[in-house]
Ligand binder design. Structure first.
Ligand code: TYD
Length: 207
């Protein structure tokens, strides 16, 4: 969709809670900035005042899977219109902590919500916009839970059990056939995971 020099690249970071994507997102932002690129770091649900308000609701108020799906797509719509599309149009690289693959994995595979209805919402909200590259931090649910530990009060998703996160992981695996999707072995050390990322982004030749 985008080409070098004309429009920016849209890179998303995915994986179950505890897979370790957030620190690598910051590292990739620094790597790109050192090469002189404008980088926008953002997250979902969130990234705008409205979407951050919706995030608080989705993460902490009880609701059914359809309500979750509608709220994350409402947040996504605002985020796309106000942040992601303008950044890509001016040539910036957008690094986004989660995007629509998380909806398919969490609301679809995790909660059992209808994937066809999610695909309809995706088309409606995104109008063809897709990530150019998705880094999937793949880790088994037990190791991820141990990494999350008990450092803070869990939100509605983090409070789910191993079976939920194994379904979410399988949901990501089901998305991984897309050419934009790259699986990273997140069970490796942080330095090894970073090496995987550096070789993937270097091989793309975009920056
Ligand atoms: P996360 O990205 O893990 O942030 P933090 O590192 O601050 O915990 O938390 C966001 C949660 O929202 C995560 O548990 C997955 C969930 N989520 C969905 O269920 N659907 C979605 O579409 C998105 C984007 C996130």
């Amino acid at each position: 969709m985008s080409s070098p020099g004309s429009a920016g690249r849209f890179v998303t970071f995915e994986g179950i809670d505890g897979a370790g994507k957030s620190s690598h997102l910051d590292a990739l932002a620094s790597w790109l900035r050192r090469r002189g690129h404008e980088v926008v770091v953002t997250r979902e649900p969130g990234g705008t005042p409205l979407a951050e308000a919706l995030r608080e609701i989705v993460l902490h108020r009880p609701m059914d899977a359809l309500s979750e799906a509608l709220l994350v797509f409402a947040a996504r719509r605002d985020h796309l219109c106000r942040v992601i599309e303008p950044a890509l149009a001016r040539g910036a690289t957008v690094l986004c902590d989660r995007f629509t693959d998380a909806t398919f994995a969490y609301q679809g595979a995790g909660r059992g919500f209808d994937l066809g209805q999610l695909a309809t919402l995706e088309r409606w909200v995104q109008q063809g916009r897709e990530p150019d590259l998705t880094l999937w931090f793949d880790l088994d649910a037990a190791t991820a839970a141990a990494r999350r530990g008990a450092a803070r009060a869990p939100d509605r998703f983090e409070a789910e059990g191993l079976a939920f996160f194994e379904r979410v992981r399988a949901g990501y695996a089901a998305r991984a056939a897309a050419a934009r999707f790259v699986r990273l072995d997140a069970s490796r050390t942080p330095a090894e995971v970073w090496q995987q990322i550096e070789s993937v982004v270097s091989a793309r030749g975009w920056w």
